[in-house]
Design a binder for this molecule. Structure first.
Ligand code: SF4
Length: 416
């Protein structure tokens, strides 16, 4: 694993970075008038320290992400909101929230693999406290539990990243022995056609490990396509352009081999806000396009970050212009500890209503809810019922779980 130089991940380093870049007086939020909000640099630093004690995710920020945040307006900045917790913004969790809201650990036939859909698996794996937990993608396992950044809202906050004061985690290192168990399951299950290699983040696999996983999957006749999930392009794009770095060369090699074999190898990345798309990002995306790499993006809908039509439309267009397929917009999962970032279902319904038809259909993302409890992804507008007063919506996933009813709960606006 090659670590990104000058990554900020310890409390002391984060606080000294913030001390250097924050203004003496912190502008009040235009979006959120709460009495506890910090008004000066010292109060802001204390707020961050208290926020880190409550957060389920550790803090890790790349230089690229540090450089695109607007530190002169840190309370409202959409990048700060995604990566640096503030105690004063925390709101009470809905009682139905959990750390593993998608019940990925219930769908794991072997360690490091989530197998929920008949044809697809997710490749991951993680030990939490004393037990293994398994995560699903559509048909492969958790390759690593590290990422170049740690997102506050991560669906796998029970497993990904270092321990926090509120969640104990055990690191999942790349392990050929563990992967063999996953490969055996895939090889012996001909129904599986589609694999997601996730975690964690594939950017934290070495080039050799990337090749090993890619070559092994390409060699399994019933695997028709697979994708590597990585936020790397969004948070450390310079690596794509660094010809001393073997990771991109390995990725292009696997993608080329797949094309020769008639199998699609794709990169799934994760931009949430237009500010994350810089001129370096554009060069990196153009390089991948020129080398024939298919790149798709998955946006997570987050309150105060991208929950308005102008921001979401701008992001989708920027992605399309970089030849990155705007694949999904996800309703925030019902994950504990980040309720301040979750929107009601009505927000994603309204965004789709306003945006669909304004951008070419093949560049319009699917607006989806990943059903709490393991029902998989459903189009947001395909709910069975939605009571806007109580905030409860119901869903069915006939192709996956028959007539079972799943419920999504809108946030309750109660502050701590
Ligand atoms: S990059 Fe993905 S897996 Fe990693 S912390 Fe962010 S959301 Fe979680």
């Amino acid at each position: 694993m090659r670590k990104v130089a000058n990554t900020v991940e310890r409390k002391g380093r984060l606080l000294s970075f913030l001390s250097a870049v924050l203004p003496a007086n912190i502008p009040a939020s235009r979006l959120d008038k709460r009495p506890k909000a910090p008004t000066n640099r010292e109060e802001f630093l204390l707020d961050v320290e208290e926020g880190m004690k409550l957060a389920p995710m550790a803090v890790r920020l790349t230089p690229h992400i540090l450089s695109v945040a607007d530190w002169s307006n840190p309370i409202d900045d959409p990048i700060r909101k995604q990566f640096v917790p503030l105690a004063s913004t925390i709101v009470e969790d809905h009682p139905q929230l959990s750390l593993d809201s998608l019940h990925e650990t219930d769908d794991s036939p072997v360690p490091g693999l989530v197998h929920r859909y008949p044809e697809k698996v997710l490749f991951l794996g993680k030990r939490r406290r004393d037990r293994f937990v398994w995560l699903l993608l559509t048909s492969m396992s958790l390759a690593t539990s590290n990422c170049p950044v740690y997102c506050r809202y991560c669906t796998r906050s029970y497993a990904v990243g270092g321990n926090t004061d509120s969640v104990l985690k055990t690191p999942m290192k790349p392990s050929k022995r563990r992967w063999e168990t996953v490969f055996d399951h895939i090889e012996n299950t001909p129904a599986i056609q589609d694999v997601v290699v996730s975690g964690g983040d594939s950017y934290h696999l070495s080039a050799d490990h990337l090749r090993l996983i890619g070559d092994r999957l390409l060699s399994i006749p019933h695997i028709k396509r697979f994708r590597f999930a990585t936020k790397g392009l969004a948070v450390n794009p310079i690596r794509i352009l660094d010809d001393r770095d073997g990771w991109v060369a390995a990725f292009v090699e696997i993608s080329d081999k797949g094309r020769v074999l008639g199998k699609q190898v794709a990169m799934h990345t994760h931009f949430n806000h237009p500010h994350e798309c810089t001129w370096i990002t554009e060069l990196a995306a153009r390089y991948l396009f020129k080398r024939g790499v298919v790149v798709r993006n998955q946006i997570v809908l987050l309150r105060g970050v991208n929950d308005d039509v102008a921001t979401m439309s701008t992001l989708i267009r920027k992605l399309a212009d970089m030849n990155i397929q705007p694949y999904y917009v996800y309703q925030s999962d019902m994950v504990q500890g980040v309720e301040d970032l979750r929107t009601p279902l009505s927000t994603i319904l309204e965004l789709e209503k306003q945006i669909r038809g304004t951008i070419a259909g093949f560049m319009t993302p699917s607006f989806v809810v990943d059903l709490p409890g393991g029902g998989g992804k459903r189009l947001a507008n395909s709910f069975e019922t939605y009571d806007r007063a109580s905030g409860v919506s119901t869903w069915k996933a006939p192709g996956v779980t028959g007539e079972k009813v799943f419920r999504y709960y809108d946030p309750i606006e109660r502050r701590l």
